[in-house]
Every structure is written in C-alpha cells, then in structure tokens.
Design a protein around this ligand. Sequence first.
Ligand code: LR7
Ligand code: MN
Length: 581
Amino acid sequence: KLGVLAKAGFFLWLLWLGYIVLARSTFPFSSSTREEDDKHNVLVRQLPEERSGIDGPLARALYIKPPPDSSAPGEWGRATRLNLSPEEKKLEEESVESYAINIFVSDKISLHRHIQDNRMEECRNKKFDYRHLPTTSVIIAFYNEAWSTLLRTIHSVLETTPAILLKEIILIDDYSDRAHLKEPLEKYLSGFRKVRLIRATKREGLVRARLLGASITTGDVLTFLDCHCECHEGWLEPLLHRIKEEPTAVVCPVIDVIDWDTFQYLGNPGEPQIGGFDWRLVFTWHSVPDNEQKRRHSPTDVIRSPTMAGGLFSVNKNYFYYLGSYDTGMEVWGGENLEFSFRIWQCGGSLEIHPCSHVGHVFPKKAPYSRSKALANSVRAAEVWMDDYKEIYYHRNPHARLEAFGDVSERLKLREKLGCKNFQWFLDNVYPEIHVPHDRPGMFGMLKNRGKVNYCFDYNPADENTIVGQRVILYPCHGMGQNQFFEYSVDGEICYNTREPAGCIVGDSVNTYLTMQLCKKRGQPVPMEQKFVFRKDGSLYHALSQKCVQAMDRTDNGTPAPALQPCSDSVYQQWFFEERM
Ligand code: LR7
Ligand code: MN
C-alpha cells in the first residue's frame, strides 16, 4: 500500500514539477519585471561552476519555443511550396512585389519555427561558463519590414538567447510608413519582457538608426542583427565568449541563407566563407585562405576576415565607441560595412567569424528600397581609409569622383587620433590575396579600337559569383568604368580587375574569340594563353597563337567582338586605352 502511495506521490510531484517548468517558460506574458530579471541574473551569476554549462539552467532562454510541429509549413527550416488558387497566387505575387520577399509564404510559417541544428559537432559539444560571459543588447533597426519576418526575428532572439546573457532587444523603427508597424506592433510587443521599441523622427538610414538604438543599451556587448533573421540554437555564446577573451575582436556569426521564396533555411556546417571586397568597393565572399587555415588550431577557432557583410556582429560596447562607432555621414544603406572593416583592422582590432555561431538571413529577391546613397557612402570610406589606393577605385568608377560625399574631416581626425595604420598595411597583412592593380598611365580604362570607333572591350559576367567562361565582346563605350574597365598589367595580361578574384583575358590557338579566366596568383608566372604584347603600333599580339586581336563585326552570333586573326596593319587591329569618362 505504501508503495502505491509513494508512486502516486511521486507522480503528483512530477506533474507539479512539469507545471512549474512549463509555467515559467512558455507563457509569454509572465509578470516579472526588468528589475526582477536583473536580480535573478545577479544571483544566478554567483552559482557554483558545476551548475553552468550548455545544458544547465543558465542556458535557458527567456521564452521557450512551443514543441515542434513537423507537419507545419517551414518547420525544421524546410522549404515551403504551396498549392495556390489563382487568387492566392495573385496575393503571393503582390507580397513579392512590395517586399522583394515572399511574405505570403512567410506568413504561413510559425513565428516560432524550429530549425535543424546544422553546426559542426565540435560546436554542439562546447560548454560555456555562463556566470562569466558578458551580457549583450541586441539592436535591430528596421525600415518598412513585413510583420512576419520582423516578428520571427524578435521571437527567435528571445527563444534562442540565454536570458542571463540578454539585457534587452532594442528595435529602432527607421521612420517606416506601413500601418502594421505603428500601433499594432506596439500593442503586440507591450507584453514582452526585455523588448523596447523606439522610433526615428525622420529617415535616418541604418547607420544612424543603429546608433540611436545603441545609445540606450545597457549590456556589455552590442549585437547587431538585420530585421529578417533567424538565430540558430547556441548562436550567441561563441560570440560573447570570444569577445570576453579578446575585447578588441569584432565577431560575426556564420550567415546562413534563408531563401526569399520558400523560406528554406540553408545551413551548412562546413567551412564558412570570409569577407573581401572588389575594386568597385563591393563586398565579396571567399573561401578561407591557406595561411589562415594554418594559423588556426581547431575547427572551432575563429576565422579572421578582411571585411564583414555588415548586418550581423557583436562588439564590446566600450570598444565600439572607442573605435568611433559608425560614420554618421552615411545615409540609408551601403558602404558602412567596408568602412567599419577597414577601421577595425587599421586601428588595431580584429574582425572575425565564429564558425560555431550561426544566424539565418533572408536575402531578398532584389533591393526593396532605393540604395542610391551607397555610392556616396563608399566614397566616404575610400576617402578616409584607402590613401592613394582610392585611385584604383575611382578609375573603375569614374562617376564616383563627381559624387558629393560631404565632409569627412572628423573621420580623418579620428584616424589620426587612434594612430591607425595605412591601407597598404591592411592589404599586405590582412588581405594579401587581393589582386592589386598597377594602373599605369595609358594602360588602363576603356580599351578602344581605331577602326571600329566608339566601341569598347566589354565583359558582362553571367553571374556575380563567377566571372570565368563568357566571351569578351565589343559594345558602345559608356564611360562608366565597371564592365568596360580593363588594365594592361606589367606582366602582359589584359586584366578585368574590377572584380575580385580578378579576371584575365585568354585566347587559345583553336578558338578565335577571347574569353575570361581567373588571373594567376601573386608571384606565379603568367600562363601563355593569358599573355599579350601591347606593341608600339597599337597591336595586341597573342604569343601563344601568334595572332593579333582584331575588332570583328561579323561574328558567329552577330555580336561584335574582339577576335584573334593573322596579324596585319589593319586599323581594326589597332587599340588604345582611354581613361576619361
Ligand atoms: O534606411 C534604412 N534603414 C534601416 O533601418 C535601410 C535599412 N534599414 C535596416 C533594414 O531594415 C535592415 O534591418 O537596416 C538593415 C539592413 O538593411 P537590408 O536588410 O536592406 O540590407 P542587406 O541585408 O541587403 O545588406 C547588408 O549590407 C548593408 C550595407 O549597408 C548592411 O550592412 C546590412 O546590415 C547587411 N546585411 C547583412 O550583412 C546580412 C547578410 C547579407 C549579406 C551579405
Ligand atoms: Mn538584410
């Protein structure tokens, strides 16, 4: 009898325990205040060591996700493909039209969906001492974001971040004009702990909007996110751990792709990519170079990155302000990520990607709002940080020289005050893989023909990520640099080095037309098929085929193109570079 009683008692006790655990974790509108949270955190920080660790109570988030529903759309990060009626199809298209993201699909997916754990095993097994990690404030600026992508971001932060580490989420509305972001958003958020919403009183752009948010934070570390992210389990701890270890490190998570159409979460436990840039000052992705691989001791070590994408990173708050936060002369979108990257490195910090921290980001179908300010922002970055190397940028973007970029004297003073290193140092030590053009006078710009006047060498890569394989053509000269910019290198290559990695024109002895390959690496010899002699008479002699480049109107596909032909004194074989716009 006693046994039965004991069993019943135990059962009741279990029920009660279950209730407590659930009640404390799943009800969002729990009544504890900010002060209580802080008190709790102070107490918890004094717990003995054995109670810390990833599975311990200290890892618990403020809000717990509802249990997974494997039949729900998008659960576990799956792609959602809906069978739509013509009317629904129309709504879907309209959502893509206004957001450049398939919000019709996003709206069907739970704001609390789970995503598959796609971290390396070594990362999953890592334990953290929660008592000694710094706290963070998460800063999310948004402009006209859709309801479900914004709210999914907020919920995912609340549900994946250990409460003890999260001081607050600061949302900054950058003067949006969509109705759902007014009262409905305020009402929805009012029930949540640790979420604050502030509003800009004019369109500030992401730089000043983020700074507005940062100005009211209380955490040790600032963590910036875009407003259409999903945080992966365990995303924050590695970032904070690294910053605690090295306060001058600015640390980015691995950015996983969330498909704008299906909302599939494309995670990849493999080696992440690092950030670079090309000479248009466009951000690029690269695989981790050998030197960096050698420097690292373990797959969970941080990876140094020359630049960051811009949206997702953690930084020690004091260090952020010491470094000059952001350039407040930058408007709307663009440029701030390279400016900050150059500044971090040149002024003594380091920029790193933590392979154990993963955050998903929705890459939209196209830019959802005008990004025309990006040019002036890039010019500001170039003027302040690139010294004479800014000429390499201007040569490839002649119109950038005419852009009104405002006053950068305060930023130059900052550079002086912090005693920052020059751009040459940055290229040599942080980004030695980048192709650095020489741009000798008369040897770069538009490559023009004397016979077929006002036609220029032109190369339009099929896809932004790879430049190889297409044919070089002749196209009416536009004077905008970019796809019509070529450089004749000291090694005898015709370089397409506006992009990174740089391209070099190739000819062979079989095909008449010219195509593109990657250039040789630094210090290696030029492959024969990439070698051209730019002779005094203006001819471009290709040594491998022993032919000359000729402007051809009648080609196999009807598009004028340069082609390898037996050398002659035809004006169609005479070429010259022209720099001016
Ligand atoms: O005027 C604006 N005001 C804003 O508050 C314009 C934008 N924003 C907000 C916006 O709502 C979003 O939350 O700022 C954030 C970034 O804008 P996005 O999402 O339109 O930019 P993006 O994801 O296309 O661009 C990347 O490059 C930008 C350059 O200025 C910023 O650095 C973004 O933060 C950055 N995003 C990422 O790094 C995520 C990964 C993308 C990549 C590569
Ligand atoms: Mn974004």
